[in-house]
Design a protein around this ligand. Sequence first.
Ligand code: FES
Length: 322
Amino acid sequence: MVEQREVRVSQMTWEADGVLSLRLSRIESNDPLPAWEPGDHVDVYVHDGTTRQYSLCGDPDDLSSWQIAVLREPEGRGGSAYVHDTVRVGDRLLVTRPKHNFVLEDATHHELVAGGVGITPMMAMAERLHRDGRPFHLTYGGRTASSMAFRQRLAALGDHVSFLAEDQDGRPDLETLVKDLPDGGLVYVCGPLPLLRAVQKAADDVLGPDQDVVRFELFSRAGIEPAESASLDADSYELVLTESGHTLRLKPETNILETVLALGIEVENDCRDGICGSCVTRVREGTVDHRDLVLTKREAAAMDQMMICVSRPTCPRLELEL
Ligand code: FES
């Protein structure tokens, strides 16, 4: 069951061409807003009952209000147009609790790369790293200077931030950025899919495909081709649910999340597409074809957790902590 709450839109501000920020305030009669960490996002319910994902970019210590930023996307499904054209100060919006998939891990250095409105989680991370005195640098690219939100706020981080307006400065040199990454450093990226791909490619080219230094978050699988899957070469496998005591025989492609929900077992879930991380489940025994976009290479290789909405077994017997 997804936890929902109402918030009040207390402020709307133009941050750049086509980018509106919204302050979402606690409704006085309700509990304080849940705490969040840089990189977290919330789902906002829009006009047709579907959700859109927005990274939080305000002050994590402020439990009375959150801040998000919404880019108008003329080719989108209508959520950003609804926020821009219909939502006004004083309105109430339904939101989920913050989701914590994009985490600032320990590293000797954090190299942050943001494209366009992808600046929102990167800004929250940069401000946290700056506050904690940890080494980092943020490269912030946009089509034009006027399309780049929060420039003034980011200027407070001094030379920790490089601004690159593509029409004047060109694109960031991602290979050099990866080459200069200190040992033990991580690269965080948020922005359009081509930017994510370019960063991953630069890391693969410079450091090799086995490296595990790039961290990113996606809110949609749009534009991503299905990865080659390594499904089980058998008609069926045994699924053991250790907590509830069920043992099932399933076809390799049967959706595990739907199966366990049908048994009445409660599993948090949201996207059902391997991108939100809600349905992560502990693997007690067995191996898995990880088809999600949440786990890092190292986490996937450890074979001790899986997103049961999309991932499938590659073994004759899979034990899950459910
Ligand atoms: S429900 Fe979102 S990753 Fe499984």
